[in-house]
Design a binder for this molecule. Structure first.
Ligand SMILES: Cc1ncc(COP(=O)(O)O)c(C=O)c1O
Length: 443
């Protein structure tokens, strides 16, 4: 499908009718930015129910890693579905789960041996990590970071601190969690400069949290996103993760990296943490791992994942069809898509950065591979956040045939399928350019 190709006003009549029905029966807690109703997808393009074709730079929130309905993934799903749909890895054995465990062990960003716990989603993968850290260490504390997103079930939510609305009305949170500032070089929380940064923001953990709030020997783990996703696609300096590794090792805490959004090839390496030269103790992944089927994994060093039968399990976790999709996904990532994410991601970033000359509203372009964020500001000196303008740009892009999403308070994220071509990246830049022009002309 050639994208974009718009045939009706948006939303079209069929989309309108479905959205109206949705409003009556579906939970209003979902955050829909614009009225897109999918009918089908192929590669990095999607068609809505009225026949309008869009370039997809959102990928179902960084999930459709191999593109929509990749033939190899669909074939693996059909093949497995014809054999058996479910048997519960909690009580029985099946080869697809073992095979996926082996594939993950072969790619894990820490030294072998490792083991994997299988869940259904990102938040469940993080719940498992939190429970594992407590079980393993017999300590209760977990340190996370401001602006982070780890999921919405109560354990993960207690570490999520992306937007107050996500916590509002649900307190009190489970105890034992603490938050430190994340290394955001564009808005450094401790006013350091990128040139001389030595990860000073981490002093907050050592000089404040571990002095005033919790003793180091009560802290089980630090949970961190290698690149902050929902928080605004924030890429920290390598020294941040390196110092964090030193700090956790020194105090006998686990370093747990949440790769739910950044993992599985998106950043041009299989795992984002590999960009920073750090080996974690635990990795969580979900989203792109099975190209769209529900799956979450918690990968840990074998001596850490040493809990007894009954300690943790899930009826559906590691569903055989999801495992088959994940095995096919990892095959495609290794074959070409990680490399493509690195190459096309660099091309996309170059194109977006070039727009800075004509659009003063662009304050920062950052990212790794095809995890790219653009922060919009009203003034490059004061860095006043252009939140309304950001929302308007996302909407304008939709009206011009491209799906993108916001991230953080005033950034736009590009998280397309990893098979995006350079020509499609150029189209994305062109539509973004036009959308920015339309919004700034209005101001
Ligand atoms: C870094 C990160 N962790 C965890 C989650 C939660 O994943 P899920 O929505 O599958 O529970 C998300 C979702 O956006 C995420 O970006």
């Amino acid at each position: 499908m050639d994208a974009p190709n718009l045939k009706t006003p948006l939303p079209g009549p069929k989309a309108k009718a479905i959205i109206e029905r949705d409003g009556k029966v579906v939970s209003p807690s979902y955050t829909r930015d614009y009225p897109f109703v999918i009918a089908r997808g192929a590669g990095a393009t999607v068609e809505d129910v009225d026949g309008n074709v869009f370039l997809d730079c959102a990928a179902g929130i960084a999930v459709n890693s191999t593109g929509h309905a990749h033939p190899a993934v669909v074939a693996a799903i059909v093949d497995q579905a014809q054999k058996f749909l479910h048997m519960s890895g909690t009580d029985f054995y099946y080869e697809p789960q073992v095979r996926l465990g082996e594939d993950l062990a072969a790619t894990a960003p820490m030294p072998a041996p490792v083991r994997t716990f299988f869940a259904n989603s990102g938040t469940e993968a993080n719940e498992a990590a939190i429970k594992l850290a407590r079980y393993h260490s017999k300590r209760f504390g977990i340190i996370g970071f401001l602006g982070s997103f780890h999921g919405r079930t109560m354990g993960s939510l207690s570490l999520t601190s992306s937007r107050a609305i996500q916590r509002r009305g649900f307190g009190p949170m489970p105890g034992g969690t603490f938050h430190a500032p994340y290394a955001n070089c564009y808005r450094c929380p401790v006013s350091a400069t990128p040139e001389t940064c030595a990860g000073e923001c981490l002093s907050f953990i050592e000089d404040q949290i571990l002095v005033h709030l919790i003793s180091p020997d009560d802290v089980a783990a630090v949970l961190v996103e290698p690149i902050q996703g929902e928080g605004g696609y924030v890429v920290p300096p390598a020294v941040f993760h390196q110092r964090l590794r030193e700090l956790t090792t020194k105090h006998g805490m686990l370093l747990m990296v949440d790769e739910v959004q950044s993992g599985m090839g998106r950043t041009g390496k299989m795992w984002a943490i590999e960009h920073f030269g750090v080996e974690p103790d635990v990795v969580t992944a979900a989203k792109g791992i099975a190209s769209g089927l529900p799956l979450g994994v918690t990968i840990a060093k074998s001596d850490v994942m040493a809990w007894p039968p009954g300690a943790h399990a899930s009826t559906f976790g590691g569903n055989p069809v999801s495992c088959a999709a994940a095995i096919a996904t990892i095959g495609l990532l290794r074959e070409s898509l990680v490399k493509n994410a690195a190459e096309v991601g660099a091309h996309l970033q170059d194109g977006l950065r070039a727009l800075m000359d004509k659009h003063p509203i662009i304050g920062d372009v950052r990212g790794k591979g095809l995890m790219v964020g653009v922060e919009l500001v009203r003034d490059r000196t004061t860095k006043e956040r252009a939140t309304t303008e950001r929302n308007a740009v996302v909407d304008e892009a939709f009206r011009r045939g491209m799906l993108i999403l916001g991230a953080g308070r005033n950034a736009v994220r590009f998280s397309p399928p990893l098979l995006l071509s350079k020509a499609q990246a150029d189209t994305a830049v062109r539509i973004f350019d036009e959308s920015l022009a339309a919004v700034t002309a209005r101001a």
